[in-house]
Design a protein around this ligand. Sequence first.
Ligand SMILES: Cc1cc2nc3c(=O)[nH]c(=O)nc-3n(C[C@H](O)[C@H](O)[C@H](O)COP(=O)(O)O)c2cc1C
Length: 231
Amino acid sequence: MDSASFRAIGPTTYLCPTPTVLVGCAADAAWRSGGANRPNLITIAWTGICCSKPPMLSISVRPERYSHALLTQSGEFTVNLISEELLHAMDLCGVKSGRDMDKFGSLGLHPMAAQGLEIAPALQEAPAYLSCKVRQVITLGSHDLFLAEIVDVCVRESFFNVDGSIDEQAMALVAFVHGKYRALGKEIGFFGYSVASEDVLRRRLPHAAANQNVRAGKRSGKRLLRKDGKA
Ligand SMILES: Cc1cc2nc3c(=O)[nH]c(=O)nc-3n(C[C@H](O)[C@H](O)[C@H](O)COP(=O)(O)O)c2cc1C
């Protein structure tokens, strides 16, 4: 196989899958006491974790979006994860503007105070949300990048296993792949599985084909990493 086996499609935003989330924002905290300025939801696919200490993420928002001014004014937002149940509402929030409609009210969704924030609402129906405070806004071109610190994360109680771990499979999360939404499939590996012991693999991936791949790799004597995990 050589470069002739690939077709160039130009310098485009072809990174997939990405998450797609509902970002909760508001101009001020008046909505908490039934005030005039209603909170809003905007669908965002261009988001990603970019630092672990402090925990940070970014969202890219076009200046012409109604939400852009709310984000700039409040300096806060929530990132609400999307379950299959929320998919229809999430798509609608990505094609309608909060200028013209009350997205929460018309979709039967409920804003709630977000842990660690004073203004931005979290989405009660989401499986989990991240509370974010804007630290920097970078003008890029078509989009402004909001770099934000994650000041807290809340996960719905029902998604906790008895041992305190979180069951993301039960959340039925959705991915965005080049304009299409896709359900996530079964777990086929975990961080570090390529160097995990047979015991750990048996416990954590009892039915996975990946398990056999690792065994095959070991049998054929291939060692990609040293014992200490370094390449
Ligand atoms: C799947 C999907 C992903 C989107 N991702 C982004 C994004 O990353 N940045 C952005 O500015 N707009 C994005 N949009 C478009 C906005 O969500 C859309 O323009 C929305 O109506 C703006 O709402 P607002 O005017 O209430 O702020 C996306 C739309 C969809 C459907």
